[in-house]
Write a protein that binds this ligand. Structure first.
Ligand code: MG
Length: 248
């Protein structure tokens, strides 16, 4: 499907007459940073420590969710119950230690270029992350100077529900003062794509890890790119098409 038809399909589905990208709501892990391999290793090690059999790969599927969501999911499978608030606190702290003990994560190739394009296009940038890892969150403003601001970040601490609930993206829109037909979501995880889609924003899925693009489409992605580099390269054409497509 070409850009024109993709935008038309979005407009028909949402009832919006036109899509005007005033704000980009951008996920952090696996989108701005190549941090997912470290997260998967930390989760897999934690699960092994508490005697829950897992594969390292499955944690790529839970990406975007809060730590509590992931822990309850593992607990239900292994023990048939949710983790208690105390267990969540203790185990998430341990997961944070295991994550911090690994080598520092690098920027995702293409992320800087995409943010620079948004800035030049007059599109505000809001980071919307399910993460509560201060080691990474605190780097955002120095790693992306002039592109990301400290008061334009929604983290796990700001939300009650977390992805796949639309709440984090709705909060991002509120922070930017935009409506769903003025917000473009950039996500690399199916749960995050689901959250973006449910929020009513135009949702871009980017496959930066082992998750196949079909999972992104199933989760409701309006368009899927194979890398952040491709996303950055093709965004100007998508934006220029957006300005010309109007639903009659
Ligand atoms: Mg992500």
């Amino acid at each position: 499907m070409n850009n024109h038809d993709i935008i038309l399909r979005y407009l028909s589905a949402t009832g919006a007459k036109k899509f005007v990208p005033r704000a980009a709501l951008i996920d952090m892990d696996g989108t701005l940073y190549d941090s997912m391999p470290n997260h998967a290793t930390a989760w897999h090690t934690l699960a092994t420590e508490i005697g829950i059999p897992t594969t390292r790969e499955e944690f790529f599927l839970y990406e975007g969710a809060t730590g509590a969501y992931t822990l309850c999911r593992l607990f239900n499978r292994a023990f048939g119950r949710d983790a208690t608030p105390d267990e969540i606190k203790r185990l998430y702290k341990r997961k944070t230690e295991l994550f911090a003990a690994q080598p520092a994560v690098g920027l995702m190739p293409g992320a800087m270029r995409l943010l620079e394009f948004f800035k030049q296009a007059g599109t505000e940038r809001i980071v919307v992350t399910g993460s509560g890892q201060d080691t990474v969150i605190s780097r955002l403003t120095t790693d992306f100077p002039g592109l990301i601001y400290a008061d334009k970040i929604i983290t796990a601490r700001d939300v009650t529900k977390g992805k796949p609930d639309p709440e984090p993206y709705l909060m991002g829109m509120k922070l930017a003062g935009v409506s769903p037909a003025e917000a473009i979501v950039i996500e690399n995880a199916p749960l995050g794509v689901m959250a973006g889609h449910r929020s009513g924003a135009f949702t871009v899925g980017v496959t930066t890890g082992p998750i196949p693009r079909a999972e992104m489409e199933k989760a409701g992605a309006d368009i899927v790119y194979d890398s952040m580099e491709q996303c950055a390269a093709e965004m100007p054409a998508l934006f220029s098409e957006m300005s010309s497509v109007t639903l009659k």
